[in-house]
Design a protein around this ligand. Structure first.
Ligand code: G3H
Ligand code: 13P
Ligand code: ZN
Length: 324
């Protein structure tokens, strides 16, 4: 067993207390590989933001669970070399789908886990979430639960239709399970095609009325927003210009996320925007320099662009810059 404190991570408790008190959201950026991890840490050190490094079940399988734990440790060591004043970093399991997976992450250096029982019947969601909380809390690992279902199809997260969170459920769920934070569904979805709108048409606003109702029922409790990539037009255009095909991709407008970050939303999950940046830059380089075959020559510039994008999120969207 390797506990997160030995690796230098922190759980999300203090992060969320500060975010709640000061009206911002902590970024939760997903990573699968070295360049993404370097970019996230570099951006958050440069912008002085706390950060949640987020790993899905698929990412853990892709990178190898053991390697990934040591990559996390390596990221902490790199961060300490970059600054005399360390930033708080959490290592979080995204969308855990079983007690065993959550336990394995607690036992292998994660400081926070999500148990996503949102597609289960309510009582089963309560039961599995409580089971994870009881185990995780023994090691001071924080737990995120979820109520309501997000639409979107990804490797391990898939649902065709979303179901908004029912505010009537949240108080009972939080009380019965003992979770530390709650992901809710207010109209966001996973992936790069979040809304079906015609070009030039405005996307429907998030359901801030549901968020407000939830906030009233569980005052001061940290809320999490999944599916919060903005699917930035500049990268979609670049992808399409250089041979890609992502015509109707659309995300959550940044001003809506800015508004959410000022509320009880303390954690905002962003994965797709990072994927799009990497894809756009690599496509451009492949198109402009067809003879290039050194991965550092296309992964390096992709990493630089990721750093820019994450800094901009922290400064202009989440409000997490200059908080630590
Ligand atoms: O919400 C899901 C994340 O974007 C992770 O996706 O399961 O394809 O790694 P993934
Ligand atoms: P996006 O697909 O909008 O980046 O959402 C990521 C996410 O919710 C990870 O859990
Ligand atoms: Zn998610």
């Amino acid at each position: 067993m390797v506990l997160y404190k030995e690796l230098g991570f922190v759980n999300t408790r203090e992060m969320f207390n500060d975010a709640m008190k000061n009206g911002y959201a902590v970024p939760a950026y997903n990573f699968n590989n070295m360049e993404q991890l370097q970019a996230i840490i570099t951006a958050c050190v440069r912008s002085r933001s706390p950060v949640i490094l987020q790993v899905s079940k698929g990412a853990r399988e892709y990178a190898n669970a053991t390697l990934l734990r040591w990559m996390g440790k390596g990221a902490i060591e790199m961060m300490k070399e970059m600054t005399p004043k360390p930033i708080p970093v959490a290592l979080h399991l995204d969308h855990g789908d079983s007690f065993e997976l959550c336990k394995s992450c607690v036992d292998n250096g994660f400081s926070s886990v999500m148990i996503d029982g949102s597609s289960l019947p309510y009582e089963e969601n309560v039961k599995i979430t409580k089971q994870v909380v009881e185990y995780a809390h023994k090691y001071d690992v924080t737990v995120e639960g979820e109520l309501g279902v997000l639409a979107g199809i990804e490797e391990h997260v898939s649902s065709e239709k979303s179901h908004y969170t029912n505010p009537d459920d949240v108080e009972d769920f939080v009380k019965k399970t003992g979770v530390d934070s709650l992901a809710i569904s207010i109209g966001t979805s996973h992936g790069a095609y979040k809304f079906k709108v015609k070009p030039g048409e405005e996307v429907p606003p998030l359901r801030f009325d549901i968020l407000e109702e939830v906030e009233k029922r569980i005052k001061g409790f940290p809320i999490v927003l999944h599916g919060s990539s903005s699917v930035l037009k500049e990268y979609i255009d670049m992808i399409n210009r250089y041979g890609g095909k992502m015509e109707n991709a659309v995300g959550v407008p940044e001003d809506q996320l800015r508004k959410a970050a000022k509320s009880a939303v303390c954690k905002i999950n962003i994965d797709s925007d990072g994927r799009l940046v990497m894809t756009a830059i690599i496509r451009k380089i492949f198109a402009e320099k067809p003879s290039e075959f050194d991965p550092r020559k296309y992964l390096g510039p992709a990493r630089e662009e990721l750093i820019k994008m994450y800094i901009s999120k922290n400064e202009n969207v989440l409000g997490s810059a200059n908080r630590v």
